[in-house]
Design a protein around this ligand. Structure first.
Ligand code: GLU
Length: 425
């Protein structure tokens, strides 16, 4: 049996974290067995659906690299099919018309059991099953009818979706049976909560997938992070695609809610920024900023170990390339003391005297200046970094100085000294 999964978003908003995880799990589950992943836009609700949202969702999926083997199919283009199956149910007296709407006869004498791949057997007592609408008064099919007809006609073997759909599943099972279709396997994914254990919302920093793209999250980091929302493998936190495809196990997804932790996403992103081939990082920074970084590979490589987003990488490279216009006020307050100025003035002279510009020599000189003035090296290192970049974090100072270059180092230190003088610091 060839495994076929689908992602079936309603285009009523952006692609959020929950939807993105559903798409990823469906994609992984299909791909790891050589199966197929189908994309279907569920836009039967004409009022609530929008093309802009469909486009956003498709963009989000393409950022995540979750390409479909088939689709996107649009349910709005398949109304004839749903009408046809509705008619069949009416003809077989499995559905009836009331007040202009068509209802499916869902009343049963037996409980409906959902054999869920993650949750196990979930039993819905017969008394909970009541007739439901499959075609609205305005003639449009409901979600229940369209989803069942499509999952059957598209030969979906595994329906993977959020826990919020669990209550719909017994309805769907009855419809599959009434239409003579095979019932697919269901897997309902745990809900996602914020770190405060409340349902995930924008308050937790969760937004549309395109926001993560804009802030410089790598697609592989996003896949890695989403995969870990409800699933894990031993103590491993960092996964590449090969790992995910080899180790992901739908049956071992947790029943318990997953916790969305934005800090963890940043951390995972930082790990992938370090391990992704340099050329790809340079390309990704150029894409996200809209500015070319080709030619600055060495700078990117120097700054990336301490960065958690691509925007941070770009910012640090920019700080190497451009003289700072401003200096982090917190850094100034913390590191610039009354005696710093004269020490910096001596240090800049030393730098200027060098005929060779070399990190070990610079380090030796800085320590020597500090020593003679009875300073700790850090009391010169931090002010120097501030003068060179305007900031307080970044790569090791002497590597940074090499990247900035002798001339620019001297110029920036002198500018800083002059500024301090005019500010009376
Ligand atoms: N269209 C539904 C939604 O966006 C998903 C349907 C399903 O996966 O069965 O919530």
């Amino acid at each position: 049996m060839k495994i076929r999964t689908r992602f079936a978003p309603s285009p009523t908003g952006y692609l959020h974290v929950g939807g993105a995880r559903t798409a990823l799990y469906s994609w992984l589950f299909a791909r790891q067995s050589g199966g197929e992943f189908v994309l279907r836009i569920e836009d039967t609700d004409i009022q609530r659906s929008s093309e802009a949202s469909a486009i956003q969702i498709l963009d989000g999926l393409s950022f995540l690299g979750l390409t479909a083997d088939e689709g996107p199919f649009y349910q709005s283009e398949r109304f004839d099919l749903y009408h046809d199956y509705c008619r069949r149910l009416l003809d077989a007296d499995k559905a009836y018309e009331k007040d202009g709407a068509i209802y499916f006869r869902a009343k049963t004498t037996e409980a409906v059991v959902v054999d869920d791949l993650i949750l196990g057997s979930v039993r819905f007592p017969a008394k909970e099953m009541t007739d439901f609408v499959i075609r609205k008064q305005d003639g449009s099919p409901t979600y229940h009818l369209a989803v069942v007809v499509d999952d059957a006609l598209m030969s979906i073997t595994h329906v993977i979706r959020g826990m919020d759909h669990l209550a719909n599943t017994p309805k769907h099972i009855l419809l599959f049976r009434a239409l003579g279709f095979e019932v697919p396997v269901f897997a309902h994914l745990p809900m996602i909560l914020g770190t405060d254990k409340q349902p995930l919302s924008k308050r937790h920093g969760a937004s549309g997938v395109d926001e993560y793209k804009k802030m410089g999250i790598l697609p592989i980091a996003m896949r890695n992070f989403l995969a870990r929302l409800g699933w894990g493998h031993e103590n491993q936190e960092v996964f590449d695609d090969e790992d995910l495809l080899a180790k992901f196990d739908l049956k071992r997804v947790s029943k318990n809610p997953a916790v969305f932790d934005l800090q963890k996403l940043y951390w995972i992103n930082g790990q992938h920024i370090k391990s992704t081939p340099l050329g790809e990082i340079v390309q990704a920074i150029s894409d996200v900023t809209g500015r070319p970084y080709a030619g600055y590979e060495a700078h990117v490589d120097l700054v990336r170990p301490k960065c958690q987003t691509l925007l941070e990488v770009a910012d640090h490279v920019d700080r190497i390339l451009n003289d700072p216009d401003e200096f982090d006020p917190k850094g100034v307050a913390k590191f610039i003391k009354p005696h710093t100025r004269s020490a910096l003035a001596i240090w800049v002279k030393k730098i200027d005297e060098n005929t060779v510009f070399d990190p070990m020599r610079l380090e030796y000189q800085l320590r020597d200046v500090a020593d003679k003035l009875d300073f700790k090296p850090a009391e010169l290192i931090h002010p120097t970094r501030l003068a060179l970049t305007g900031g307080t974090v970044g790569p090791g100072l002497f590597d940074l100085m090499m990247a900035v270059g002798k001339e620019a180092c001297i110029r920036r230190l002198n500018t800083f000294l002059a500024r301090q003088e005019s500010l009376g610091v």
